[in-house]
Design a protein around this ligand. Sequence first.
Ligand SMILES: [Ca+2]
Ligand SMILES: [Ca+2]
Length: 450
Amino acid sequence: MKIQSLTLPALAGALLVFGAHGQTVIEDFEYASNDDLYANWTTDSGFVQLSDNVAANSTGTNSLEIYRYFGASPWETQIVSGPVLDTPTAIVPGQYISFRLAGDPQFQNGTFSQLYVYVYDSQGNFGRWGTAIPTSTSWQMVNLLANNIELPWNSPGAPNQSDIVQFKVVIYGQGDPAGQPFDATIRLDDLTVRDTPLIDFPPAAPMRALIDDFEGYTDDAALHAFYSILNSPATTATSASLESPAPQGNQALKLAIDFASGRYPWGAVMSAEVAPFSLPTNAVVQFRVKGDPSLEPVVDDGTVFYLSFYDSAGAAIHYTATPPVVAADWQWVQAPAGWFWQQSIVDTGNLVRWRILVEGWNGTDESPGRSGTFYVDDIRITVPPRLAITSAGDHLNLHLSDLLPGTTYTLRQTSDFNTWTTSTFTATADTETRSLTPDGHVFYQLYYTP
Ligand SMILES: [Ca+2]
Ligand SMILES: [Ca+2]
């Protein structure tokens, strides 16, 4: 166990490899042998060992490989424990628990795939931060905000975060009920407490203009092949099907949810993984949604419609609103990217799946179960195109940017606001420059219909 507390800029240049911000490296797994590793890290099941598979941007040569067979039993869990620290470490609000993580597609067999970092103080109190286990074997960065610490049900109390003496990694492979049994291997490295998130995301992928209009499924079976159903608690039941007619095309998504009794029940569908796509900061996410007014009597601050986008590390951004849950008629929602919120750092340049979720209520332990039917259609990401006039020496240029290649745009112009000249073109790149020969004042307008 190697603790390195660094606060720049008071450090020598050689240490700059650790980054330009204060951080405490809890563990980088740079042990000489597995015997050295086992003197510090142990697992209650499966096995751990050093691996020479490391992230491209990691400075070392070793990571921790964690293997386990997760049977078809509820709450199959593996606990990997680090050593008790000689010197307590502190985690203050605003800091991040950061680490590198490579997942395993086998976790798709489980019903609850979550990795938690547990921290213990010297009195035995503990808390944790969690993240979904990636189903990709490529390395991801995970940054969990210290403020979002959770207390598990069996914690005797919140840990004193200035007196942290042990870290553990707890891996859930199954929920209740359990899914298929599976073998899984994940890798972990560079467990660090940082003042700023560690981000080394790949370059942003292209935008995905059409998320889903539900026209591409020949039947409900095809829908179920792409979307998986999630329920909480397990006694909530969600059925997903195609609905006609629809506000766009012929088909919409129908979610019929039998919410379980008790507190904050929800039902959801999660898409399969798709090629990475970006959500530009100037994008507007738009979709159509219809709710169920029969839930009006139980509306509280837990009555929430979610549209969430996930990166490959399982971190998500969320649009949330209550009105769609009880809307009697189709609503057309336009949500700027800035309306989406997140609890951890999300690679919005490389999103790979989305989730549509309806939570019925916060309620109380005595809240009775209810049923609701919800519809969604025509989920798209749009970006307003931009126009600028630039000088090019002896003439002016009209510069068009934020174009979506393959999209047809309308460009129109007028000098008197009575007579308009309109032309359409299909963008072949994300920018285009046209030479202008204006005769007097000209007003230009550029738009497209998603
Ligand atoms: Ca390492
Ligand atoms: Ca449709």
